[in-house]
Design a protein around this ligand. Sequence first.
Ligand SMILES: [Ca+2]
Ligand SMILES: [Ca+2]
Length: 236
Amino acid sequence: MGLIKKARLHALFLTLKTIRLDLIQKSALPGLCLCSLLFGMGLHNPALAQLPAPDVITETNASDWGVAAVDGIIAHEDNTSLFHEGSASIRVVATGGFDTRAWTPLLRNAGWDMSDVILVRLWIYAKNPNTFGFQNNSPWIRLGSSDSDYIELRPTSELLNLARDTWLEMQVPVNGDDVWIKSEVGTPDLSHINFFEIHADTWEFGFEYSLDGLAFLTVLDGPFERDDLELYDTWQ
Ligand SMILES: [Ca+2]
Ligand SMILES: [Ca+2]
């Protein structure tokens, strides 16, 4: 158990010691009273409550995604003919040869508390007819508090080429590791993340990909299959 959780439990213990349990027992609605008390103390875990369940934002949810490209045309849609979880994925099609991006929610106003999130998981299926495939270590993802305050995670290799014509599971540690290099622009706040964004670039021009099973996972969702993740350093 990590220091943060230990500290929280210790604070909870101290708080409970000061509670007049006789007052709770005398309440006409003791259960409600206790629930209200615990809610007020944060034990309802608002971080988890605010986060979307796995795949919700990649399940017939294209209307809440936005896309943009430096050049060419980029479009997106719900893809009900190619998916990995549920009954649809988010398909992004680009004709250009420079940076492209797709983000959710559309208004970049999610307000997600990702303080406890250690891993972003998503499945991706790419089609790229160009000889050398993707470029600039695609895909790179951003967790943003604003357009100028975000965490960026970029692989050390052309990872998206491994997703050509097959589903590839990506497990991206929020703190980065040897596979995913973390950088920060501005002062992003994990307790207030307003959007998830994914970028890709290609040699030559034109490609597409489909995203599915997007999930923001905490240590409670583990154990995770990758043994090279240094996920637990701050929790043990
Ligand atoms: Ca889905
Ligand atoms: Ca390019």
